[in-house]
Design a protein around this ligand. Sequence first.
Ligand code: FES
Length: 386
Amino acid sequence: MNTSRQDPPGLGTEHPHPRVPTPAEVEEMPIEDAARLATELDDVQVLHNQRKWPVPGTRAEKRAERSVALWFVISALSGLAFLASFLFWPYQYVAPGAPGYGLYALYTPIVGGTFGLAVLALGIGVIAYVKRFFPDEVSVQQRHDGASDEVARRTVVAQLVKAGTDTGIARRTVIKRAAGAAAGVFGLALGIAAIAPLVRNPWKLGPDSPLWVTAWRPIGGETVYLRRDTGDPTEVSLVRPEDQEPGSMETVFPFRESERGNAEALIAGLSGSDTPVMLIRLRPGQPVVQRAGQENFHFGDYYAYSKICTHLGCPTSLYEAQTNRILCPCHQTQFLATEYAKPIFGPGTRPLPQLPITVNSEGYLVATGDFREAVGPAFWERRYTP
Ligand code: FES
C-alpha cells in the first residue's frame, strides 16, 4: 500500500516524505536502510555525522576504551564491596565506648559509600562511553503532532541498533565485559539488599527472640536491681523507695551484682535501647486502674513503665504530676500513669509496657521479671489486649 503522511496545517516542509513501507518490509530491510528511513520519516535531516574512530584499532582508541572500562570495573568492585559489607559487616548496635563500636559506627558509611560509588561509577561509565564512542552528529528535525505509527516505531529501533553499531560496541570486548560485570554485580546487590531483610528471621529463638527479651529478665535467679545514671557509668547507685518524692519520676536501668567492677557490662547496662524505665512515684491517694493480670506489678505508689514510646520509639520523658500524664515529645502521645500507661491522646495506640517491681529484703527496688510485652513501636505480630 502506498501512503503518504500529511503535514499538520501550517507546518510545511521542503522535504517530501518517502514512500512508507509496510512493517513487513521494514523487517526485511538492512539496519542501515531502516535507520536512514527512520530519520526521513521523522523529518530529520542529518547535516553532519562523523564517526569518533574512523580507523579502528588505533592506540588512542584503545586508550579511550580502557578509560571507559575502568569506570565499569570500579562500579563492579564497589558493588562487590557493598555486597560484602552489607552481608558481613557487624551491624548490631554497639554503645559508644564499648568494644566494637568503631566497626559498628562505620557500618552505615561503608554500606552507603560503596553503594553510592557503584551507582556513580556505572553512570560515569555510560556517559563516558557515549562521549567517546558515539558519532558526532548534527541533525535538524521538523516537529509533528500525534503518536508515531508502527513503521516509525520499528525504524526507530533500527536507528538505535545502528547507533550502537556505529560506536563499534561489537568489537569492544573490554568495555562489554566490564559493563556487564558492573551491571550484573549492581543488579545482584540490589536483589540481595531487597531480599536479605526477609531472610533474617528475628523470631528464630522463639520466646527468647531479642524483640521479646530485655536486660530486665532475671537470669539464673540473680536479682535485677533498679539503678540510676549518675553520669559516671562505672558508679553503681541503686534505688530505694525513700529516695523519691511523691509526684516525681526518675529514669532507671537494670543492674546485677555480677556486673559490679565490669566497666563494659556497666556501660552496656546504661545504653540498652530497650531497657530505660520511668520509675514514677504517684502522689498519695491517686485512684489507679490496674491492667488485668498485672495487678501486682507496682510497689505501693511506685510504677515502672518502659520509657520507649510505643508509637515510634522516642523516649517518653515528660511526666506531669498534676494530671499523671506521661508525654512523648515527638508526636505528643500522652499516656496515663494511673491507668497502666495506656495512651489517651496522640498517635500511639498501645500502653507503655509495665515492669513488675518490688522491694527486696535489703530495701532496694528490684524487678521481679521482664516486661510482658515487647518494648517500643508496634510491629505486625503484636497484639494489644487491654
Ligand atoms: S514516638 Fe512518641 S508519639 Fe511518636
